[in-house]
Write a new protein. Structure first.
Length: 171
């Protein structure tokens, strides 16, 4: 684990950051849902999460989904990466190749990160958020805030991601 100069993001600070980004995440998720109403039925499985806590096993499953997608992205395996996306994301991009092209263009930090670390997840206003610290080769730090969606079959899929800058710098 690399050392981090300055204060590390503690739970309260992280929750404040996530709360400030929830409107952007919600707009992204809602925009995708409006663009793909046929896929909206698959999103109802997580509606009961409003303000409840998730079991540790659920957080591990969420982290497994994200880790699987990151490994696939780094390997250039568009199909495996695309499979971890929610139905509305898959509908929006249509093909795995289109999805990979978008990730490379807009989320290159995910692929380039030399180190990643899951931070404490949270359920905020019914949104399941899993933060992931990304340390770039130049030691700059970003936090990827993943919005997760539980499918009717119990599996977790990624329904959105926002990259947030950090004032922390790794050494």
């Amino acid at each position: 684990m690399p050392g981090v100069r300055g204060a590390m993001m503690h739970g309260a600070i992280l929750r404040t950051l996530v709360r400030s980004l929830v409107p952007a995440l919600a707009a992204t998720v809602l925009g995708l849902s409006l663009a793909a109403p046929a896929c909206a039925a698959a999103t109802n499985a997580d509606s009961a999460l409003a303000d409840s806590a998730l079991a540790d096993a659920e957080w591990r499953a969420i982290q497994g989904t994200i880790s699987g997608q990151l490994a696939a992205l780094k390997a250039g395996n568009a199909g495996k990466a695309f499979a971890q996306a929610s139905p509305s994301i898959r509908h929006q991009f249509g093909t795995a190749a289109n999805f990979l092209a978008m990730v490379r263009a807009a989320y290159g930090a995910l692929i380039a990160a030399r180190y990643t670390e899951f931070l404490e997840g949270a359920i905020i206003e019914g949104n399941v958020i899993q933060p992931l610290r990304l340390v770039a080769p130049d030691n700059s730090v970003q936090v990827a805030l993943y919005t997760m969606q539980k499918q009717s079959d119990g599996r977790w899929k990624i329904s959105g991601c926002v990259l947030a800058p950090s004032t922390v710098h790794a050494v």
